[in-house]
Ligand binder design. Structure first.
Ligand SMILES: Nc1ncnc2c1ncn2[C@@H]1O[C@H](COP(=O)(O)OP(=O)(O)OP(=O)(O)O)[C@@H](O)[C@H]1O
Length: 430
């Protein structure tokens, strides 16, 4: 757990880069600091490993002020990844990764063996081990940066725009790899980016900063998208936050229709007659393994031959029910020429189809449920706060009782002494 407690950083020229910043980055989670250029993200991050010292306030890791430890020792216990990776240019890749374990006293052989394991973990070809950083692509260098930060197995990682310097496709790959590694290692991560999409994709918690280093909102991505604290956050999130929010709604509750799904070798006339009788607007034709082939218009089916021989209309892409979100399901329907989405299982076999309208209804239901859950959550928080207040009041009462008892005891004791010396306490006091 990393806690910022009213942290302010004022540079010598008077610039207030961070202003009374307070939030707690929970254990084993990714907390993203996001905001426009110059809002104090990097300054905040570098105060955790004491590359910058705060002017006021306190930063603590697991309750201990970071200033309680010598800076060099602190830094060795915290992984740090920066834009362009910041690798040592004259060391090979394997030695770059082995740097911190070596500093911590690991034998060269042990540190290198660990470095090779980490290269595999972050998806680097072992053949790159003996190269130098300039002989690697930007994406490969970033992977080395991540491997190096993980080498000493630190509980805390600081990452400053680690994926910003690579093209969007490589970046997406790095983000996915990073989430996979985090699912396995559950580090406590503070991650800086100026890209709200990256923040939403990676963050368990997001701290949105505004200019002057002021915290605008600290929330989960879903909460941020559904309830931006103010106009600044709303604008920063962008116009399509409603659509992006659908990423947090699962698709497993969607009811898929199996009726319109037909095997490609079924005789066309029989499916045509059945579909027209049932008022089915579109038929999804699938192969022998139930993989989708395309849509057929029942009214246009021929009088002879299998349905698979008819002219089929492309279905765009299918969504995987359960794994993909409602956003993916909606996207599938929007991209399909018929307005219907195709739901498949993990193996790509068709489970059924669903119309845009039905997905719309599922979205409305998900919104209603989320609102109810938020209201319940707020009530539970209130109840917890009331309980905490009641506990505090009880503790105060107990303390007051104790103080009264002490006083009474002291007076009784004083009485004893007074009695022994033949004087009254009042006399002694006077
Ligand atoms: N050494 C310094 N002296 C004076 N001002 C500084 C110094 N370093 C940073 N600043 C200022 O502090 C503010 C916050 O800078 P910081 O680098 O933390 O922002 P950032 O949010 O990380 O920006 P970016 O996204 O552009 O990297 C900016 O106004 C910056 O100009």
């Amino acid at each position: 757990m990393i806690s910022f407690e009213r942290v302010t950083k004022r540079y010598p020229d008077g610039t207030v880069a961070v202003n009374e910043l307070s939030f707690t980055a929970p254990d084993g989670a990714i907390t993203v600091l996001v905001g426009p250029s110059g809002c104090g993200k990097t300054t905040s991050l570098r105060m955790v490993n004491r590359l910058i010292e705060p002017t006021e306030g306190r930063i603590a890791i697991d309750g201990t002020d970071v200033r309680a430890r010598p800076a060099a020792e602190l830094r060795r216990s915290i992984g740090y990844v920066i834009q362009h990776a910041g690798l040592f240019p004259h060391r090979t890749i394997v030695d770059n990764i082995a740097t911190v374990p070596r500093l911590l006293g690991a034998e060269r052989r042990v540190a290198r063996a660990r470095a090779h394991e980490l290269m595999e973990l972050v998806g680097l070809d072992p053949a790159l081990a003996k190269r130098y950083p300039h002989q690697l692509s930007g994406g490969q260098q970033q992977r080395v940066g991540v491997a190096r930060a993980l080498a000493a197995d630190p509980p805390v990682l600081l990452m400053d725009e680690p994926f910003s310097a690579v093209d969007p496709i490589v970046r997406k790959g790095l983000q996915e790899e990073f989430l996979r590694i985090q699912a396995e290692f559950a580090k406590t991560i503070l991650f800086v980016t100026h890209d709200i999409d990256e923040a939403i994709k990676l963050g368990d918690k997001i701290a949105v900063l505004r200019e002057g280093g002021v915290l605008a909102q600290f929330d989960s991505p879903d909460r941020l998208l559904s309830e931006p604290a103010d106009e600044f956050v709303e604008q920063f999130l962008g116009r399509d936050r409603g659509i992006r929010r659908l990423t947090f709604y699962p698709s497993d509750g969607l009811s898929l229709l199996e009726g319109p799904v037909v095997a490609s070798d079924t005789p066309a006339p029989s499916v045509r007659d059945a579909a027209l009788a049932a008022g089915t607007p579109w038929l999804l034709v699938v192969d022998g393994e139930r993989r989708p082939l395309g849509w057929a218009n029942p009214a246009a089916l021929p009088d002879r031959g299998p349905v698979g021989a008819a002219r089929l209309i492309g279905f765009g892409h299918a969504f995987v029910r359960g794994t993909d979100s409602l956003r993916a399901a909606l996207d599938s329907a929007v991209l399909s020429a018929t307005g219907w989405a195709v739901g498949v299982d993990g193996e790509g076999r068709t489970l059924g189809v669903i119309s845009q309208e039905s997905i719309g209804a599922a979205i409305r239901a998900a919104h209603t449920q989320a609102r109810a859950e938020r209201a319940d959550g707020a009530k539970a928080d209130e109840a917890k706060a009331d309980e905490a207040k009641a506990d505090e009041a009880k503790a105060d009462e107990a303390k007051a009782d104790e103080a009264r008892a002490d006083e009474a005891e002291a007076q009784a004791g004083a009485g004893d002494v007074a009695a022994k010396s033949g004087k009254q306490p009042a006399e002694r006091a006077g």
